[in-house]
Design a protein around this ligand. Structure first.
Ligand SMILES: [Zn+2]
Ligand SMILES: [Zn+2]
Length: 411
């Protein structure tokens, strides 16, 4: 479930509530659009109701929400994971925040807040490993794991306030006693000051090329300029220009969905051309002669989906890519926003290959060394027709259920 966060408009100060996946703040009061910049992870606080004496101590929890994929001899397995895990494990503190962050509006951790902060003692990678364990994926089969990927994840810190009262640390939300007097003082003294690098910033969503306002709000990661027709991806606190194309649809087109098209060769597997791809993954397809000259590309959905649908759609469109005809069209009617970044798409190549492989073992053994070189990336919008409960892609006949897409948007 999406977390809700109270956020002040940097322009007019109006109180706004945003979702954790929102990168862009559209103020309904002053109409100004900004995107959020940040070094490292976003930091939020559970609103405390219990006030103690003196200052509050804040304990960090790492929040992970996303899809975990693993490749073992049995194939590709996956789970959607939504968890918080103590970043500063202490026997007296709760190991997880449970459902609490979803039940209340969180506040952003800002420098004005009085208090001290426990340092996370676990590295993000260690906590992610625990997230994979929680998802019961690793160790389930007792098989060798060829590859593991975290895709489409949101990572943040959520702080639990702890109030000091009568030498006891109390849960600042429920008032429950969490740490006895003997341990409280020691824990309290290990708290540190607010760090300036935790601060977030804002930049206006203006086209870096022509200065026009960019279209797109909330969880959009790609913004299109209606004036100069360039497209920009929000990444590393900047707007970076991306190449985008359209495969024009027929008269039944109701919606365009974006796919990251990643070209490149994988030397370890000997996959350079589209023909190589069908041969190395031993699919029952006889490659056409021109496929020998066609560089291999991987087509990864540019929007969030459940792990099962995501994997299936990447496989279907990648296999049927030779049916897609691109054009130089620069106008896009009715397109669904891009909510999956190009860097996440790159991380999805290996699981897509693993899912397509008919004879697994040989290809899987090469996964750890597989690297894509000479990489090129562009965003391609494919046309979909409305078929009742489904959206159907006109060239590849790939299907996206309408309710699944709605789910994806609210992920
Ligand atoms: Zn405002
Ligand atoms: Zn522009």
């Amino acid at each position: 479930m999406e977390l809700k966060i109270k956020q002040e408009c940097p322009q007019c100060g109006a109180p706004i509530v945003i979702s954790e996946s929102d990168h862009i703040l559209s103020c309904p009061f002053c109409g100004v659009n900004n995107f959020i910049t940040q070094t490292g992870l976003q930091r939020y606080v559970l609103p405390g109701k219990v006030s103690g004496f003196g200052t509050t101590l804040y304990a960090p929890y790492l929040r992970f929400k996303g899809n975990v994929f693993v490749v073992t001899e049995k194939g590709v397995d996956y789970r959607a994971v939504d968890t918080t895990h103590a970043g500063h494990p202490h026997s007296r503190l709760p190991p997880s925040l449970g459902l609490r962050p979803q039940a209340m509006e969180l506040e952003r951790l800002i420098s004005k807040r009085k208090g001290s902060y426990l340092e996370p003692s676990l590295k993000v990678g260690q906590i992610l490993g625990k997230a994979a364990q929680i998802s019961e994926l690793t160790g389930k089969f007792g098989d060798y794991m060829y590859h593991r990927a975290f895709i489409g994840e949101t990572l943040s810190y959520i702080y639990l306030p702890l109030a000091l009262k009568d030498d006891m640390l109390l849960d600042g939300v429920t008032g429950a006693k969490v740490v006895d007097p003997e341990n409280s003082e020691r824990l309290f003294e290990s708290g540190q000051k607010y760090k300036s690098r935790w601060r977030i910033g804002f930049k206006p969503t203006l086209c870096p090329h022509c200065g026009a306002d960019l279209e797109g709000a909330g969880d959009c990661l790609v913004l299109h300029c209606g004036n100069c027709r360039k497209a920009w991806e929000l990444s590393n606190n900047e707007l970076s220009e991306i190449i985008w194309r359209v495969a024009p649809g027929d008269g039944t087109t109701k919606l365009y969905l974006g796919f990251w098209r990643i070209t490149g060769r994988i030397d370890a597997m000997g996959i350079h051309s589209l023909a190589d791809f069908f041969e190395r993954t031993t699919q029952p397809v006889v490659p056409k002669p021109e496929w020998r000259r066609q560089i291999m590309s991987y087509w990864i959905p540019a929007f969030k989906l459940s792990p099962k649908r995501f994997l299936h759609l990447a496989k279907q469109v990648t296999q049927a890519q030779w049916r897609v005809k691109l054009s130089t069209m620069r106008k896009l009617p009715n397109f669904y926003p891009v909510t999956m970044s190009s860097s996440e798409a790159k991380q999805s190549i290996k699981i897509t290959l693993a899912e397509t492989a008919a004879r697994r073992r040989k290809l899987y053994a090469l996964l750890p060394e597989a690297q894509v070189s000479g990489m090129g990336i562009s965003l391609v919008y494919l046309p979909f027709s409305d078929k009742g409960h489904d959206w159907v892609q006109q060239h590849t006949l790939a299907v996206v259920e309408k309710n699944v897409l709605r789910f994806g948007r609210s992920m």
